[in-house]
Design a protein around this ligand. Structure first.
Ligand SMILES: NC(=O)C1=CN([C@@H]2O[C@H](COP(=O)(O)OP(=O)(O)OC[C@H]3O[C@@H](n4cnc5c(N)ncnc54)[C@H](OP(=O)(O)O)[C@@H]3O)[C@@H](O)[C@H]2O)C=CC1
Ligand SMILES: O=C(CO)[C@H](O)[C@H](O)COP(=O)(O)O
Ligand SMILES: [Zn+2]
Length: 341
């Protein structure tokens, strides 16, 4: 069959390419239905990802957050129409110690490999996770972003000291919201404080125990552990504050992506004996765990719907360009593209 792939060829410009794919390859074929735009996609769309990466990775289809419906399963194990979330990481080897998303050989969609902006996505069976049939697909679209938090907290659980009194989350955007929410579910006895810049954004964090503006943090306030979800140069300011306000031997989960190297007050990292724990992307097991959380705590899906910003029907390449452009100027939430192209 001929598959249409919508590739970014240069900043703000998509082109359609036609790829001949055999449906007897063994892959499950999924029709994407709901896609969601990540900050990483925007760095490619706008060209702010850096000249070298743009040259190396383009042309490629963007989007690594998405859900769809099975249209063909060569083994007939999955019913046509089954709702699934697609796993963008594609490992080509296994390692007994290194997780699939940290293997340098792994392929990650919309970072050097074609993402989900295609008519059909061909996926290995272990790269899809079945969703509850009744799930709100606009919310499910950004499940990948939820897996980032779930993955980071799994690593935290293995590596941090066991005190779980207070968590501080820096970053009042999408990832900060998801992280506060999942923390409250996994650690209901712990106090979760959101540290952000903007009152109206922090007002959405109704489940957090406290919301503090980053220029109003009391000098004597302390957290046991911290999660940095700011990104960009904000990561540097956030990490600086985290190092000041975290208790000795605390763990700092670093999630925000910065295009430029950021400065770290290593003297205080040493003096406090802190653990800096970087996490990037996620693997299939994190997706399954996330869907399990959706099933165990249905209110998580309800809370996540607060993150739905703009929802667009996409029937042309121009519609996709418009969705990316308006996402850039929206101050709250995720942009969902209902993929009808
Ligand atoms: N590690 C991983 O695998 C992944 C990382 N990311 C990265 O996580 C970061 C956040 O993503 P996302 O939540 O979608 O982006 P958002 O832009 O929605 O959120 C970032 C928020 O942090 C706020 N902020 C900026 N500086 C600070 C600060 N010093 N202290 C507290 N808050 C601050 C921003 O405010 P304002 O806008 O007013 O500046 C904004 O509200 C990005 O860098 C993204 O690339 C995303 C997915 C996966
Ligand atoms: O968003 C992400 C995962 O959800 C990561 O930040 C993204 O994969 C980083 O990739 P790149 O190097 O292409 O910016
Ligand atoms: Zn992402």
């Amino acid at each position: 069959m001929i598959n249409q792939v919508y590739r970014l060829v240069s900043p703000r410009q998509f082109e359609i390419t036609y790829k001949d794919r055999s449906i007897v390859s063994g892959d499950v074929v999924v029709r994407p239905t709901h896609l969601s735009i990540c900050a990483a996609d925007q760095r490619y769309f706008t060209g702010t990802r850096g000249k070298e990466a743009m040259k190396k990775k383009l042309p490629m289809a963007l989007i690594h957050e998405g859900v769809g419906e099975v249209v063909f399963d060569p083994k007939h194990e999955l019913k046509i129409g089954t709702k699934v979330v697609m796993v963008p990481n594609n490992p080509v080897e296994e390692d007994p110690f290194i997780a699939e998303n940290y293997l340098r050989s792994s392929q990650f969609r919309s970072s050097g490999y074609d993402g989900f902006m295609q008519d059909y996505v061909f996926l290995n069976r272990d790269r899809i996770v079945v969703l509850p049939d009744t799930i709100d697909m606009d919310v499910a679209a950004f499940t990948e972003l939820v897996t980032i938090t779930v993955h980071a907290l799994s690593r935290f659980e293995k590596k941090a000291i066991k005190r779980r009194g207070t968590f501080g989350v820096w970053g009042d955007g999408n990832l900060g919201y998801i992280t506060c929410l999942i923390l409250k579910k996994l650690y209901p006895e712990s106090k979760v404080i959101i540290f952000g810049k903007t009152d109206y954004k922090m007002n959405h964090f109704s489940f957090a125990d406290q919301a503090i503006k980053i220029d109003e943090i009391p000098d004597d306030l302390q957290v046991d552990h911290a999660i940095e979800c700011a990104g960009g140069i904000g990561s540097q300011y956030a990490l600086d504050q985290i190092i000041d306000h975290i208790k000795p031997e605390g763990a700092v989960c670093l999630l925000g992506v910065s295009e430029h190297p950021i400065e770290v007050n290593t003297r205080m990292v040493l003096e406090k004996g802190l653990t800096l724990l970087g996490s990037s992307r996620s693997g299939a097991a994190d997706f399954q765990r996330t869907v399990d959380i959706y099933e165990q705590y249905p209110d998580v899906v309800d809370y996540l719907s607060t993150l739905i910003g703009n929802v667009y029907d996409i029937t042309s390449v121009q519609d996709a360009v418009n969705a990316f452009e308006t996402d850039l100027s929206s101050s709250w939430g995720k942009t969902i593209m209902r993929w009808k192209i």
